[in-house]
Write a protein that binds this ligand. Structure first.
Ligand code: GLN
Length: 498
């Protein structure tokens, strides 16, 4: 039982059903791992072990009485961007160091209603701004594959916790790649659904037209299990779309049952030349190209497509996302909740010092650039222009999808890197080149592990789908995972038993 954390969600469900272990035993197993090993990783900001134990015992009692909810008693944890009633919700910021949320995000209550056990709140870049978790007020997170490397960001805590075997699955959010890039750096599968698929109610806003919640797990099937309860139509989020809700887990099983010896026969994978250019690390490129060959061996065909050059996409994102952030973050003013400076002289001093002391440098940088882009005189030149380019990006994706079913690319140009004291923020932004176009267009996309580089670090392949085709993405990745074992490789920390 010392290796329970290496089981898939499907195996955990079977184990609970067949009484191989109870939910309480499973929960204690994860708690013990977190207590013994998270001092090396720093993936949790808050743990709620007593409430997790109580929930697990209750789940065991319900199961004994015939409750058949599949996820009943299965542990997980939430990125600290999701409001959890009665539990500290910091969004990685000093600004919210004392914020106990008075309500639950819709996804938090949905997941609880599915019977899952929440072990706590996961570390992240401050207000989800960043790509390596270095901007968290609660300390940086270490990559469980190599403790000197970053886990990616902004959902670095979610990725590190799953990769370390502290939880089987975690929630995360993705505004420009924050699910896919850390999944790639930590050897996991992670999916960002179509914009509007998952409710944003209670998910602290970064850039509202781009933000979307999703899941991370060791496999596409694990992601599907957690995504299922998250998806719902929610009247409390005006951008939540009423759309048929598929059964993701069943769709994967159906795809598996229908598969012949060429399981991906007929699948057209679009590949864009522009996504394999200069900044792409050679070993990452080779690993991604080898994975595309494996896809072809499984029956897929590769077609060349044109999508907007990622440099243009990058500039558009880094104009629009900070603009929206500057507006969203104006609510943190030291008055109603969160950090307030000591002894303010007057109201202006209260606002100025609370915000200067409560926000870290990266968040302040975004607020300043965003405010600049929105100010009179620059609005048309920057913000309006970026909105026009955004429309072009959407149209380019639409055209590309007339030639293919999914689009594949590297998830990130590099593997997990070491933090240097003087990392230029612009260099960090460049790492988002392949992921942000998806958010600007509102499309669904996932990252899946496709191998390790010579220094033992995971590489991710991104698959982008048509609107609402999460099932197609998950089934495609699942069929690939059925015939390969990249997703079964374990990190240094996951290999340690306690
Ligand atoms: N790294 C990107 C940024 O810093 C994306 C972050 C995210 O998806 N939340 O904005």
């Amino acid at each position: 039982m010392s290796e329970m954390h290496l089981l898939s969600t499907e195996q955990l469900i079977t184990g609970l059903q067949d009484k191989q272990f109870s939910s309480l035993e499973l929960t204690e197993h994860y708690i013990k791992r977190i207590e013994s090993l998270d001092n090396q990783v720093n993936s949790f900001i808050t743990t709620i072990f007593d409430s997790a134990r109580a929930q697990a015992s209750a789940a065991d009692a319900m199961r004994a009485q015939g409750d058949k909810r599949p996820l009943l008693g299965v542990p997980m944890a939430h990125k600290d961007i999701f409001c959890t009633q009665g539990v500290l919700t910091t969004c990685g910021s000093k600004m919210l160091h004392n914020f106990i949320s008075p309500y639950d995000a819709t996804i938090v209550s949905n997941i609880r209603e599915a019977g899952m056990i929440n072990l706590g709140k996961l570390n992240m870049d401050e207000f989800a701004m960043g790509s390596d978790n270095s901007s968290s007020y609660y300390g940086k997170v270490q990559n469980p594959w190599n403790l000197e490397r970053v886990p990616g960001g902004s959902s670095g805590g979610s990725a590190a916790a799953v990769a370390a075997g502290f939880v089987p699955m975690a929630t995360a959010s993705d505004t420009g790649g924050s699910i896919r890039q850390p999944a790639s750096f930590c050897g996991l599968t992670g999916i960002k659904p179509t914009y509007g698929r998952v409710s944003r109610f209670g998910m602290i806003a970064y850039a509202s037209s781009l933000d979307q919640a999703g899941t991370m797990g060791r496999s596409a099937q694990d992601c599907a299990y957690l995504l299922q309860p998250m998806v719902s139509h929610d009247e409390r989020d005006a951008t939540s779309v009423k759309h048929d809700i598929p059964d993701y887990v069943q769709d994967i099983k159906d795809a598996e049952a229908a598969a012949g010896d060429k399981p991906l026969d007929g699948l057209r994978i679009g590949v864009a030349k522009d996504y394999f250019t200069e900044g792409l690390n050679k070993e990452v490129e080779q690993t991604v190209r080898a994975a595309l060959k494996q896809y072809e061996a499984l029956g897929a065909t590769i077609v060349e497509v044109n999508i907007t050059n990622p440099d243009i996409t990058l500039a558009t994102y880094y104009m629009l996302a900070p603009a929206e952030a500057s507006s969203n973050l104006s609510r943190f003013d030291g008055v109603r909740f969160g950090y307030r400076c000591e002894e303010p002289k007057d109201l202006t001093d209260l606002y100025t010092r609370s915000r200067s002391e409560g926000f870290g440098p990266e968040v302040q940088r975004r607020i300043l650039t965003g405010t600049y882009a929105l100010s009179a005189g620059y609005f048309d030149a920057y913000y309006t222009k970026a909105q026009k380019v955004r429309r072009m990006i959407v149209e380019d994706f639409d055209k590309a999808f007339t030639h293919c079913d999914v689009i594949a690319s590297p998830t990130a140009p590099t593997t997990a890197y070491k933090l240097s004291d003087n990392l230029d923020p612009a260099a960090m932004y460049l790492g988002d080149v392949y992921t942000i176009g998806v958010n600007l267009a509102g499309l669904p996309a996932l990252s899946q592990p496709v191998g390790l580089t010579s220094d033992g670090l995971p590489v991710g392949l991104q698959l982008i789908g048509q609107y609402w085709q999460e099932s197609k993405l998950l089934s495609t990745a699942h069929l690939f995972q059925q015939h390969t074992d990249h997703h079964l490789q374990n990190s240094l920390i996951a290999k340690q038993n306690v």
